[in-house]
Design a protein around this ligand. Sequence first.
Ligand code: BGC
Ligand code: NOJ
Length: 813
Amino acid sequence: MKYGYFDDAALEYVITTPKTPLPWINYLGNKEFFSLISNTCGGYTFYKDAKLLRLTRYRYNNVPYDNNGKYFFIKDGDTVWNPGWQPVKTALDSYECRHGLGYSTFTASKKDIQTRVLTFVPMEDNCEVSKVTITNNRSTDAEIQLFSYVEWCLWNADDDMKNFQRNLSTGEVEVTGGGSVIYHKTEYRERRNHYAIYGVNTAVDGFDTSRDAFLGAYNGPDSPDAVAAGACTNSIASGWSPIAAHQINVKLAAGESKTFIFTLGYIENPEDQKWEAPSVVNKKPAEAMLAKYQDEASVDKALEELKAYWKDLLSIYHVKSSNEKVDRMVNIWNQYQCMVTFNMSRSASYYESGIGRGMGFRDSCQDLLGFVHLIPDRARQRIIDIASTQFQDGSAYHQYQPLTKKGNSDIGSGFNDDPLWLIAGTNAYVRETGDVSILDEIVPFDNDMSVAQPLMEHLKRSFDYIVNHKGPHKLPLIGRADWNDCLNLNCHSTQPGESFQTFGPSEGPVAESVFIGGMFVKYGREYADLCKLQGKNDEAERALKEVAEMEKVLLSDAGWDGKWFVRAYDSYGNKVGGAECEEGQIYIEPQGFCVLAGVGKETGQAQKALDSVKAKLDTKYGVMILQPAYTVYHEELGEVSSYPPGYKENAGIFCHNNPWVSIAETVIGRGDRAFEVYKKTCPAYTEEISEIHRTEPYIYCQMVAGADAKFHGEGKNSWLTGTAAWTFVNISQYILGVYPTLKGLSVDPCVPADFGDFSVKRIYRGVEYDITVKQNGVQKGVKQLIVDGTEVEGTVIPYDASKKTVKVEVIMG
Ligand code: BGC
Ligand code: NOJ
C-alpha cells in the first residue's frame, strides 16, 4: 500500500495523506542552519549543532507522536485547522505534502479556503523562510485568521529538557513592529552573543511570546486558547516558556489570494556590538536578514537558487536506464540522503535526538564515500577534521562534536575498525578529485598542533594500528567493537544501564575480528595505492606484504569456517559465527566485506560464502545480519544478544551491510543476485509495501525487522545511516559500474541479465563523460571500451584534463 507517489520530474515525493504510518520527514538546510520537518509540520530547527544551538523545541517520545513543530493555524468561524493537519487534526477537505530537495510544501483546504505553505532554508542565510498563501475559493468574501506558532528552545537542547529550576526563570524576549518580529534572547545578557527571531512581513493584529498565554496552561498546541478566542494577548514572556506567535486577520474577496512570509532566523553579533541600548539587543543584522525576504519575488528567487544548486549537484552522476526505480534512486533520493548523512552524521533525526552522538569517526568516513563526488571541497575539510581527532598511535576518538570538532571523551577510543575507515574516506577523495595535496596536509593528533603530521602519516598509523594489534590467530583485535557496535567481546556487562561499549577494557588481548581482517585487506591495498602515488614504493610493498598475510589468515581455518567466514573470536578464544555455535552461526559482515575485498575469489571461498548468505540469511525483505538469532543474553558477546530476536544487530536486516553483499556479488560477477539484493531494501521498491515497511519510501532506514521478529519487514531508524553512502556506492560504482580510480574513471558494470542498455552522465575531475553501455544480456564483462571513437584496453578511461566532454561507448560481452 502506498501513501503517496514519486514526482520524478519535480524531484519530489508527494504524500497524499497526513496519516502516514510514521512521520515522513524532510531536511531543510544545506550548510549550517537546519530544520527537520515532517509531513504534518512537526520538527525543529538548529544552527550547526543540534545539541548546543537548538532554536525550537521538539519533544521526542511524545504522545501523540510528533506534535511539536512550527505551526500555522487557520481560524475560519468556529473551525480551526492546520495546513499540515497536526496539531489540531481537523479533517481536511484536501491535503498534499511535497518533500523536495531542501524544501517542503503543504497544500490543504477546508471549506473552500486553501492554504499553501512553502518552507525552506535559503542557500545564503541562517534562516527558514515560510511562504504562506491563503486563497478564498468561495463565491463570497471570507474573513479568517492566520496564527503562527513556534516554541523556543533555550539553546542547549539537553539542558533545556532537564534543568527546570534554572530554565524556567531565564527566558527573555523582545518584540518590534507591534509584534511582527519576535526576538528570542534568552541568555543573551550573559555569555551568548546570539539570538533567534521569528518575523512576518506584515503588520499583525496580535502576538504572543508566552506559551501559557497563547496555549493556556493546561492545553497543548492542539487547542490554543488564543486561537479559540480569535485573539492573542500580546504577552511578553518573562521566564517560563517563551514562544513566538503572530495573529493576522485576513479578509479575502471571492477568488482572492494573500501571501505572508515568515522568517525564523539565527543571528550572531560581535561581542562589542551586542547591544543597541542597555538591555536592547542589536537588531541590525536581524533587520538586514528580514529585509531580504519581504516579498514573494525574493522568496521565489531564493527557492530557485536552491533548486538550481541541487540541479547542478545532481548532474554530476545521472543515469538513464529502462528501470525508473533505479533512475529515481540514483538521480535523486539516494544522493539527497548522502548529503543529509554527510551534514548530520548520526546527530539529529526523528530517531537520533540531536543530544547524543555527534559526528561518528567511522560513520563520517563512510558518509564521505557517497558524498565526495558532490562537493569535494567539503569532503576534504571533513577528512582533515576527522583525522584531527586521531591519536598518535593510530587509534581514534569514536565521536566528536560538530561545533567544537573535539573528540568526545565520554566514549573515547578503542573501536578498532575506526582507523581503517580514514583510509577509505581519504582514498575515495583522491580517486574522485586526483588532489594528492591532501596527503601532505599537516594534521594534528587529538587536536594538538604540536604533534601534527602530514595526513599520509595519519594513514600509515591507521594501517599500523591493525598491524600492531593482533590476537592469537593473527587476526585484528576487536577492542570495544568493530563496525558492529554491538559485538562487545571485551565488555562482559552484567548490570542494567551500563554502556555496552564503554564498560570493560578498551582492549583485550584475545578477542579478534575477522571483519576488520577483511577491511584490512581492502583498505590496506588502498593505502598501498596511495603510497605508490607518492612514490613510496617500499612502504607500498611492506603494506602489500601485510595484506597478503592477512588474506592468508582469513582463508585459513582461523578465518574460514568451512562454508563461510568466521565473524570473530571472543575473549575466551571461542568462535563467534561458526557452525559450532548454537546461535549466531553466520554473520553477514565478514561475508560481504571479505568478498568485496576480493578475499577468496580465486579459491572459490568467496562464492561459497555468498551462497551461504543466500541460503541462511536471506529474506524477502533483505539479508539478515546473523542467524540463528540470539535468544538469550550472552555476557561474553554484549549488546548484540541484548536485542529481542530479529531486531537491530540481533538478526535484524541491517540495511548498511546489504550493499556489501551486493557489491561482493558484483566482484564475483553475479549481476542478477547483486541486483536482487539491491532491490530488497531499496525504498523505491519498498514503497509498494509502505504499510509494512512504514518508514519514508524515498529514504533508506537503518534496520528492517528480520524473520525472527514479530513485525518482519518493518523498517526503523530512517535517514541517518551509512546505508545511504554504501547503497549509492553499490548502485553507481559497482552495479552500474562507473568507478573512480586513482588513474581515471573505470566503467565495468555488473547488472542483471535483463537490465538492458543504459547511459550515465558523469562529471569527473572537471570533464563530462557521456557513457553509453550496450549490455547484450551480459551480467559482467567489458568486450570493448571506445573513448571518443578510439578503442582503449581495459576498463579505465585515460584521464585527459584538456577535454571538456568525452564520449564513451561500452560494449559488454
Ligand atoms: C545500536 C547500534 C549503534 C550503537 C551506538 C546501539 O544501541 O544498536 O546500532 O551503533 O548503539 O552507540
Ligand atoms: C550504527 C552506528 O552509527 C554505526 O557506527 C555502526 O557501525 C552500526 N550502527 C552497526 O552497529
